[in-house]
Design a protein around this ligand. Structure first.
Ligand code: UD1
Length: 365
């Protein structure tokens, strides 16, 4: 199992549990793409993940540097460990490196969360998704639209498995198990209703005009905004803009662990985000979501009425947020197979289809 970033950890957790329950041995490799205590370590303790068997310490740098360093280091691990299968999740640079290093030395790859497409090639994750899906031997799709994308791209349907969303499994398990109090950082604030926001995508954080529009919209919303801040965003936010927001009811928090962020979502009235996974978590929790992007690969969230793309225009963000806040709370239909059996389906499918795991010369994928 290869993982490297915050949004990978909740996806590998139930799969590792399931693999081990079946008596199959599993080696967890952490590339180190995310490395801070609050971006990585806390997720291991929150999720009850075992310590990584191998930690590669690849951090920072450009896309090519990060992917290249992970590629080199992963190849060495694969040659030593000789796995029968490499499992990668999601769409981050560690996912790409994990798949590419394996298939080049003819170790088969299973991709969990296969088939999502934003159809925006300027998005680094879209490039990762397309390449990883093209070179994987088994593709585990979270939604029917993801299956359809893979079929349209000519992937052999015997390699595509519609299993549901593994991130949903983790969320549903935790929602049942945790208390729903606000995390400690806010427990003395008597917040009442609030909006929860996250912003970390480079096209938003690295474009000063966009970042300003987004942050000024937060400052002008009719409810307080709780804003756990990603290290990239913290580095880009001008002091004066941060102060303006802090003076206007924006609560800046450090990056939150899995459980505390879940509590923040559960208690919020509205989510504003440019993340991928949070769009889906909002749907599962019945919290409306406005996505600060111009496209999404998570199209089911839009089709089911739980999510709307608003981009980065301040006027539109405020208008849509006001509209939602004036409406009564709703719940949304949950996509098929977003349940607590996703990891079981994945591991069962691997066991039942080991014939797919051989990379044969002259075979078309
Ligand atoms: C990565 C993923 C993105 C995912 C996001 C979740 C890719 C292409 N992008 O983006 O899909 O939504 O993770 O957070 O893989 N940093 C730290 N400490 C950390 C991690 C990051 O300080 O623990 C800072 C570093 O300056 C780093 C920058 O954040 O260079 C960006 O990190 P990086 O992993 O390159 O991309 P993310 O924006 O986190």
């Amino acid at each position: 199992m290869v993982a490297g970033t915050r949004p990978n950890f909740m996806k590998v957790a139930p799969i590792i549990r399931e693999i081990e329950a079946k008596g199959i041995s599993c080696c967890l490799v952490h590339t180190g793409q995310h490395f801070d205590e609050l971006m990585s370590k806390i997720f291991f303790s929150d999720l009850g993940l075992p310590e990584p068997d191998v930690y590669l310490g690849v951090k920072g740098g450009t896309h090519a540097y990060q992917t290249g360093e992970a590629l080199k280091a992963l190849e060495t691990v694969y040659i030593q460990e000789k796995p029968d299968l490499v499992v990668v999740v999601g769409d981050v640079n560690s996912t790409l490196a994990g798949a590419l290093a394996a298939v080049k030395i003819r170790i088969p790859v299973a991709h969990v969360e296969a088939g999502y497409r934003s159809h925006d090639i300027a998005m680094p994750e879209e490039i990762n998704r397309i390449i990883v899906d093209r070179i994987s031997q088994m593709l585990f799709a979270p939604t029917q639209d993801a299956v359809d994308n893979l079929v349209k791209e000519g992937i052999d349907s015997k390699r595509i498995f519609f299993v549901g969303n593994v991130m949903a499994q983790t969320l549903l398990e935790f929602v049942e198990a945790i208390d729903k109090e606000l995390p400690e950082a806010l427990s003395d604030k008597h917040l009442g209703d609030y909006v929860l926001a996250t912003v970390h995508r480079a096209e938003n954080t690295d474009d000063p005009r966009r970042l300003r529009q987004i942050m000024e919209s937060f400052a002008e919303l009719p409810l307080p905004v709780v804003f756990p801040i990603h290290p990239r965003t913290a580095g880009k936010l001008p002091k004066e803009l941060k102060q303006l927001c802090a003076d206007s009811g924006v609560y800046f928090l450090r990056p939150q662990g899995y459980i505390d962020f879940l509590k923040l979502m559960i208690n919020s009235r509205l989510l504003l985000t440019d993340s991928g996974g949070i769009q889906e978590e909002a749907l599962l929790l019945g919290i409306p979501c406005l996505t600060l992007r111009y496209n999404t690969e998570r199209v089911a969230t839009i089709e089911l009425g739980a999510n709307k793309l608003v981009g980065t225009d301040k006027g539109l963000i405020i208008k849509e947020a006001r509209r939602i806040l004036s409406e009564p709370k709703k719940s949304y239909p949950v996509p098929p197979l977003w349940d607590k059996k996703v990891a079981g389906r994945i591991v069962d499918a691997v066991i039942a289809n080991s014939n797919l795991l051989e990379i044969k010369p002259q075979e078309k994928l």
